[in-house]
Write a protein that binds this ligand. Sequence first.
Ligand code: FE2
Ligand code: FE2
Length: 141
Amino acid sequence: MLWKDKYELGVPLIDTQHRELFQRVDAFLQTLRESSSWEEKVQRVNETLEFMNGYVVEHFHDEEIYQKKIGYPGYEAHRKIHAEMVRYVLQVTAEYKQKGFDQQLMQQFAGKLLAWLINHVAAEDQRIAAYAIERGAEADD
Ligand SMILES: [Fe+2]
Ligand SMILES: [Fe+2]
């Protein structure tokens, strides 16, 4: 499992979504790596793209609402990073619809998803948690 407990933000809804994201990307990578049948791979790609276009968009939205709620100063910049990722997913989805399953394209996609997820959750998203703690400490003064 690629998920690490240190990625937790301490916000149950967000943490659950992050865990789900890691699980899906993990399963996607595994299906691509294994000598699964063409049908299995295509099915997993369909599933993953549907998930990325739905659940991920929802997660970004929920996380942005949380940032607004705590008055996170990096909100605008963070929202842009999310929007860029959504654009990338849409682009890959369009390419897939046009060309069909392509092992190389999908491996590239899975690799980028994983790298992005780890970097984003372990760095960008952690800053939200750090700010919430800092702000909490201030509120106690
Ligand atoms: Fe996130
Ligand atoms: Fe985020």
